[in-house]
Design a protein around this ligand. Structure first.
Ligand code: GRG
Length: 301
């Protein structure tokens, strides 16, 4: 088993418990039961927890134990889960299957799914700003700021806007490689990069070390997205746990669609190599992060 797969499993177990506890605390404090149940459906029992892994492994480079990186990792996972719940809505991607189960709007209804996303976004910032998890106020402030910027108009939401705009207004067919890389860097890449930076913040990294992790995250984000597009083009729905073949059917602009599978794979390989190079200063300690980048070359879910 690669260092990446082993460590991803450790982080996933710890994050599952952390998130379950956070939701239980809200339930005990009186959160409405229907919302609480839908939140559990959205957040627990699925997901690779790849973004919390990035937070934990980036922080571990500075000798931060896993427990101390969980709140930041869980906050990032809350933003990610909210984005999936909203993306699956009929008004957006209109998906009925996510993580091998019915999407939240399908299992409940649309208004509940909208409120689940809203509640998860609020929970994310409750976690980054809580003194229970980080004593240093400047760490809380920086975590909150990095996550907010990566999530908003200049990051994930902005990228989603460009994507839906191109699809709904029919301009996707005119997209260039530059358009697609910018859109994907915002929609998917910014949260991945934020995970690496949040680990650096929790670890009190030097500006140089933080910049190296940011660069790693940017290349990894590109690799992640191309591998996701390849899975959509080539993977089976049962393996991937969500509908596949949707990009082509929806006429969505992707690098795989524009460059073809062979050139997209070459782009993927270059991104993986650049991600691994960016970790040079951390030596063997960055083994699981380097493995994570290499894993993008042979992802099956
Ligand atoms: C609704 C504001 C808003 C944004 C949505 C994330 C996103 C933006 C859309 C999802 C569309 C999509 C499939 C993007 C590809 C990259 C991606 C986020 C894949 C899913 O992430 P994984 O593979 O999923 O980490 P798990 O289930 O393991 O957490």
């Amino acid at each position: 088993m690669s260092q990446f797969v082993a460590q991803l499993g450790n982080v996933a177990t710890a994050i599952e418990t952390f998130l379950a506890d956070a939701l239980s605390a809200q339930e005990a404090a009186g959160a409405p039961p229907r919302l609480a149940a839908a939140l559990r459906h959205a957040v627990l029992g699925g997901g690779k927890r790849f973004r919390p892994f990035l937070v934990a492994e980036s922080a571990r480079l500075f000798d931060v134990p896993l427990n101390h990186a969980l709140a930041a990792g869980a906050a990032l996972e809350c933003i990610h889960c909210y984005s999936l719940v909203h993306d699956d809505l009929p008004a957006m991607d209109n998906d009925e299957l996510r993580r091998g189960r019915p999407t939240v709007w399908k299992a409940y209804d649309e208004w509940t799914a909208i409120l689940v996303g809203d509640a998860l976004q609020a929970l994310a910032f409750e976690l980054t700003s809580s003194s229970e998890f980080h004593q240093d106020p400047s760490v809380r402030c920086e975590l909150t700021s990095v996550l907010a910027i990566a999530s908003g108009s200049l990051g994930m939401v902005g990228g989603q806007m460009l994507d839906l705009e191109a699809g709904n207004l029919g301009s996707a067919s005119k997209s260039t490689v530059e358009d697609i890389t910018r859109l994907q860097a915002m929609k998917t890449g910014r949260l991945i990069t934020a995970g690496c930076e949040m680990g650096a913040i929790v670890g009190g990294a030097s500006p140089e070390a933080r910049a190296a992790l940011k660069s790693y995250g940017e290349h990894l984000g590109v690799a992640f997205q191309i591998s996701d597009d390849l899975l959509d083009a080539e993977g089976s729905s049962a393996d991937v746990g969500k509908a596949t073949g949707k990009d082509a059917a929806a006429g969505k602009a992707t690098l795989v669609g524009l460059l073809g599978v062979k050139d997209a794979r070459a782009y993927l390989d270059r991104s993986i190599a650049s991600a691994v190079d960016a970790l040079a200063q951390f030596g063997e300690k960055a083994g699981p992060l380097a493995d994570a980048a290499r894993h993008m070359g042979y992802r099956d879910s």
